[in-house]
Design a protein around this ligand. Structure first.
Ligand code: NAG
Ligand code: NAG
Ligand code: NAG
Length: 302
């Protein structure tokens, strides 16, 4: 959209429209089961496959047929995705693009419980004879532990995306609003009613944009009555530093009302998400000046 351009050095920013391409969805660990569903699938060149993660902590990693449970050289890896629910997918998913029709072999590298060695494996375009999905799974059941790569390894070879709802469920909140995420993840904010924005602040000055201080994103107000509106705003995490953000809407003082969020906030000490929310609640009433600043920043980028 021409009325917005990236304003941050530290973060890559872009608008995107909703994907319209054909997409195959695979659940990972749904219902608490150590399985991919569907375990084996056929995909065409250009198709995308999106992995949805369930409790407790799974990932998708690519191996050779011969060596299940070990990340192959330059293999695809989603990053681990801890989440609480066995029934509701994590807000973070991972999407790969199919470039050719060669078989692809995948597994969950969780070592706590040796998921791969318990048969938590997956294939795309496996042949019907010879190196079949069942043959790969049989090898996995015999594979040496531990699997690789370890927790903390960054995603590679696909798109890891964290979805955050802006104005979730008609409330003045971001959902989720307090997350830990891996570097290289794309954070996708989805606008909901009625008229919100997403603006990065510092920890110390919630409800004020830091865009003018050499960094920080400012996403415009998007008035909408549609849930979801289909309008999204993306931020790519290029480092593990905490990110603090808020909605700059002054009608009903959204920021002071708790419409704030954090990514990679400390879980203890002075600068937790709760501490930020508390500071925002007490933020001074100069928010009229702050919304003017946001509107001015957006105007400059028109
Ligand atoms: C398809 O190509 C892209 C770009 O090189 C790569 O990132 C991706 O991992 C490839 N997909 C598969 C399934 O190998
Ligand atoms: C949305 O909110 C902004 C900031 O308060 C305001 O300038 C704009 O007029 C609002 N748009 C609508 C359609 O209400
Ligand atoms: C934020 O997340 C951390 C880590 O999961 C958790 O310890 C903390 O209680 C959360 N804070 C709030 C206010 O939800």
């Amino acid at each position: 959209m021409s009325w917005f351009r990236p304003s941050s050095l530290a973060l890559g920013l872009a608008f995107s429209s909703l994907a319209t391409a054909a997409n195959i969805e695979v659940t990972v660990g749904q219902g608490g089961k150590l399985e991919f569903n569907p375990p084996d699938l056929k995909a065409q060149i250009g198709d995308t496959v999106t992995y949805k993660f369930f409790a407790k902590n799974h990932a998708v990693a690519q191996s050779t047929f011969a060596d299940p449970c070990q990340l192959q050289e330059n293999g695809i890896f989603s990053g681990f995705t801890p989440t609480d629910s066995p029934d509701i997918a994590a807000p973070t998913d991972f999407t790969i693009t199919i470039n050719d029709t060669k078989p692809l072999w995948f597994y969950c590298p969780q070592t706590n419980g040796n998921h791969c060695q318990k048969g938590m494996v997956h294939s795309i375009n496996a042949p019907a004879t010879g190196n079949t999905f069942e043959a790969y799974k049989a090898k996995a059941l015999q594979a040496a532990a531990p699997s690789t790569p370890p927790v903390g390894t960054l995603p590679v070879g696909g798109l890891r995306k964290l979805h955050i709802d802006v104005g979730f469920n008609g409330q003045l909140m971001f959902n989720p609003n307090n997350v830990t995420e891996l570097v290289r993840t794309v954070v996708e904010f989805s606008y909901n009613p009625a008229n919100h924005s997403i603006v990065q602040s510092s920890f110390d000055k919630p409800c004020q944009p830091i865009a003018r201080e050499g960094g920080g994103f400012v996403a415009p107000f998007v008035p909408t009555q549609q849930t979801p509106s289909g309008v999204t705003f993306e931020v790519t995490l290029t480092n593990a530093d905490p990110i603090w953000f808020y909605c700059a809407q002054t009608a009903k003082s959204h920021c002071q009302s708790g419409m704030v969020g954090s990514i990679n906030a400390a879980t203890e000490g002075d600068k937790t998400f709760q501490a930020f929310k508390d500071l925002a609640a007490k933020a001074a009433q100069h928010h009229r000046a702050d919304v003017a600043a946001v509107v001015a920043i957006l105007a400059e980028t028109e």
